[in-house]
Design a protein around this ligand. Structure first.
Ligand SMILES: *Cc1c(COP(=O)(O)O)cnc(C)c1O
Length: 409
């Protein structure tokens, strides 16, 4: 008899976005004439940058010819892309990262979900609340938690992100081994300063802990004093792994390309306390379970690393940031408190009521879909996430309706 991994039974049954979809669908059925604008799910809406499309076409033509055809490539990615990443994303910002420390993959979701395989079942995990659900669910599946109760999993150390700490969690007050951090943050849109991030790096050193740093939204940082990479912090090479993706950087959500940086100096410990190379372990895992990203996709990703490529992605992302600015100013005008929307495409709105109730209100009164904060964790209750990923005219129409619906008497 085949038996299952019972840890899967511990997973919260209702996934946030399926519940959102269910409520939107029943609203649509009840009001077939009402127009719905989605400011919910974080997905790019603008076309791929022209430089990427051009590189894609060119690479596709190479595949059409025996002489220039590409079969299996290195599982870790092509040298042409890894060299550009090391140069443009790291060394240009003073971060000491080399091409062979970069692992190209088909998504930061997979990488952030899979990386926990390298740690023991007993590893104590610290996870922000609210959070991108992948970090938690992958650890639940691996058996590092008890059963979900009162909105939380026993066994996880939660890093509360609240208005009180300006949505940057405080350092752990007890021993933890692995710490997930994400800045600019999904869902709150909060950013972290170099000084704040430096305290985390120092803590990880002092406690032989490891930071898993998700920088998926780095392309939205406009304040140049903010760190774009954790490796801009001295000492981070020994205690941090960084995840990045072309999904939000260059509209690759449907194209699929990302990378993980595992410095060769980064270690975790075996049961006798001997340091082991995480680079060697991730290399082993990646080459065993992954067979590389499509050649054309890697060529398309490479195309952003020219002055013209950088200009194009900046223009596209500026248009989302412009939406975000409009959303923030309208909500502030209406008397709501919010964070994010600056150096981030997400706005975290203090709803002043239960977050699903606010979701229903906004849908009913304005025909606008947001994402209830409670779905991202206990600390998200009372908040909603509004996404700036949309066309400008849709955002303008949504804001007009929100003004009508939420104006406080
Ligand atoms: C969108 C997103 C990613 C990127 O995921 P991909 O699989 O690369 O598309 C990673 N982390 C967070 C927090 C995200 O919101």
């Amino acid at each position: 008899m085949v038996t299952i991994n019972e840890n899967y039974l511990k997973l919260k049954s209702s996934y946030l976005f399926s519940e959102v979809a269910k409520r939107v669908e029943s609203f649509r059925t009840a009001h077939p004439d009402r127009d719905i604008i989605r400011l919910g799910i974080g997905d790019a809406t603008r076309a791929l940058p022209a430089v990427c499309v051009e590189a894609f076409h060119k690479a596709t033509d190479e595949m059409a010819n025996d002489a220039t055809f590409h079969g299996y490539g290195d599982e870790q990615g092509y040298g042409f892309l890894k060299e550009k990443v090391a140069q443009w994303d790291y060394r240009a910002r003073g971060a000491d990262i080399s091409a062979d420390e970069i692992f190209i993959s088909d998504g930061a979701k997979c990488d952030t979900g899979n990386f926990q395989e390298l740690f023991s079942a007993a590893a104590k995990i610290a996870i922000p609340d609210p959070v991108y659900p992948v970090y938690i669910d992958s650890n639940v599946m691996a058996g590092r938690t008890g059963a979900f109760e009162n909105g939380r999993y026993p066994g996880i150390y939660y890093l509360d992100s609240t208005a009180k700490n300006s949505f940057v969690p405080e350092l752990p007050s007890e021993r933890v081994d692995v710490i997930y951090l994400c800045f600019p943050n999904n869902p709150t849109g909060a950013t972290i300063t170099k000084q704040q991030l430096g305290r985390w790096v120092d803590w990880a050193h002092a406690n032989k802990a490891l930071i898993l740093y998700d920088a998926a939204y780095v392309a939205f940082i406009r304040d140049d004093s903010l760190p774009q990479s954790i490796y801009e912090i001295s000492g981070a090479r020994d205690v941090a792994v960084e995840f990045r993706s072309y999904s939000k950087t260059a509209g690759f959500t449907g194209t699929r390309c990302a990378y993980t940086v595992v410095p060769k100096t980064c270690v975790a410990y075996d049961s006798s306390g001997r340091p082991q190379s995480l680079h060697a372990m991730w290399n082993r895992r990646h080459t065993t379970k992954f067979n590389g990203v499509c050649y054309m996709v890697q060529r398309a990703a490479e195309a952003i690393y020219t002055p013209e490529g950088q200009r194009q992605i900046r223009n596209i992302n500026d248009s989302y940031l412009d939406n975000a600015r409009h959303i923030v100013s309208t909500l502030s005008e209406l008397g709501y408190d919010c964070v994010g929307g600056k150096d981030s495409p997400y706005i975290w709105l203090d709803a002043g009521m239960d977050s699903w109730k606010f979701f229903d209100l906004l849908l009913d009164k304005a025909g606008v879909v947001c994402t209830p904060g409670a779905g991202f964790g206990r600390c998200g209750e009372g908040f909603v996430r509004i996404s700036a990923f949309n066309r400008r005219d849709n955002v303008e129409r949504a804001l007009d309706r929100i003004r009508g619906a939420l104006r406080r008497a």
